[in-house]
Design a protein around this ligand. Structure first.
Ligand SMILES: [Zn+2]
Length: 328
């Protein structure tokens, strides 16, 4: 079968053997995979979880093969899921920190940019779902990034906090806008891409959109979703006394970010981080997506057949569009 692989900073289409299911695993025929910023990072600068080889981890499809001992799925089932599942035996899993599972990397779905995809047993067991019939294959893969965002929202514990500033104009920022508006918060989006800002404004109706040239006030909560060092440095400046900052966009290993320690301490600004998703946030994400995918449909900026996937990443690298649908 054909599969897209990362080959030292380039995308190549190669011929690989069709996967066979091991115990507890299923094989799906991929209907749609969606590109995302993590894939772009992996391609352009490398990523500690995604090396050379098959990639793509946001998927929807139809079960074509079922391994021994699989419960709840059969050939022909329409499915969508997350890219990892907890092992439930490591120290992090025993603490309930499923997003930090020590076996995350070994149990990861990688290779959604292909005709067929193997879903590892821990994912099948916990984070693979029957696709709701009214959720199209094309938008269903958004469940994974949305689950990461909902885990971030949970980490923030926003009870009593009203004014939220989201820094960034990508798909992650957009998911935050949706989630926080659903929870009734006042939401401002700050970014520098006017086209994306206006698409977010039109589709998700945040209370306010700002560009970096506007006067930026102070907010109860500030969410960094750009994964840019210079933005990490700035975000506490936008945070009010007693506020919270969520540092969501990951930076490369070895990046050091200075903060005004005086403000962080005497104004008790809580610096929080969130990474990845938990089984709870995946379940919630599917629920939110089922009811709201129409409002998020603008995030799929175009569609490419697998053979032309390189064009999708070229557009992403140029900052054009949010996500692209890839159809094997
Ligand atoms: Zn674990």
């Amino acid at each position: 079968m054909k599969a897209a692989v990362i080959d030292n900073g380039k995308v190549r289409i190669v011929e690989v053997p069709e996967p066979e299911p091991g115990e507890g695993e299923v094989i799906i025929r991929v209907e749609y995979a969606l590109t995302d910023g993590t894939d772009l990072k992996a391609l352009l600068r490398g990523h500690h979880l995604i090396g050379n080889g098959p990639f793509g981890h946001e998927y929807s499809g139809v079960v074509v093969k079922v391994g021994e001992g699989v419960e709840g799925f059969k050939v022909g089932d329409e499915v969508v899921g997350a890219n990892t599942g907890p092992c439930y035996t490591c120290q992090m899993c025993r603490r309930g920190r499923y997003n930090l599972c020590e076996n995350l990397k070994d149990n990861m779905v990688l290779g959604a940019y292909a005709e067929y995809l193997r879903i590892p047993a821990p994912v099948v067991r916990t984070n693979l779902y029957h696709k709701p019939p009214d959720l199209p294959f094309r938008y269903a893969p958004m469940v994974e990034p949305l689950a990461c965002v909902l885990h971030g929202v949970e980490t923030l514990n926003l009870k009593g906090y009203e004014k939220v500033l989201i820094v960034g104009t990508g798909s992650i920022a957009s998911f935050f806008v949706l989630a926080l508006k659903l929870l009734g918060h006042s939401v401002t989006v700050l970014g520098r891409n006017p086209e994306k800002l206006s698409l977010i404004a039109e589709n998700l109706k945040p209370d306010e959109v700002l560009t970096y040239t506007d006067a930026i006030g102070k907010y109860d909560v500030v969410i960094e979703s750009t994964g840019k060092e210079e933005v990490w440095k700035k975000v506490i400046n936008y945070t009010d006394r007693g506020g919270k900052v969520l540092l969501f966009g990951g930076l490369p290993s070895g990046t050091y970010v200075p903060f005004d320690a005086h403000r962080v301490h005497y104004e008790e600004i809580h610096l929080l981080t969130s990474f990845h998703h938990t089984p709870t946030s995946v379940r919630r994400a599917l629920h939110v997506l089922k009811d709201n995918w129409r409002r998020l449909a603008f995030l799929v900026s175009g569609e490419f057949p697998l053979m032309r996937i390189e064009e999708a990443f070229k557009l992403m690298a140029e900052g054009k569009g949010f996500k692209y649908a890839v159809r094997p």
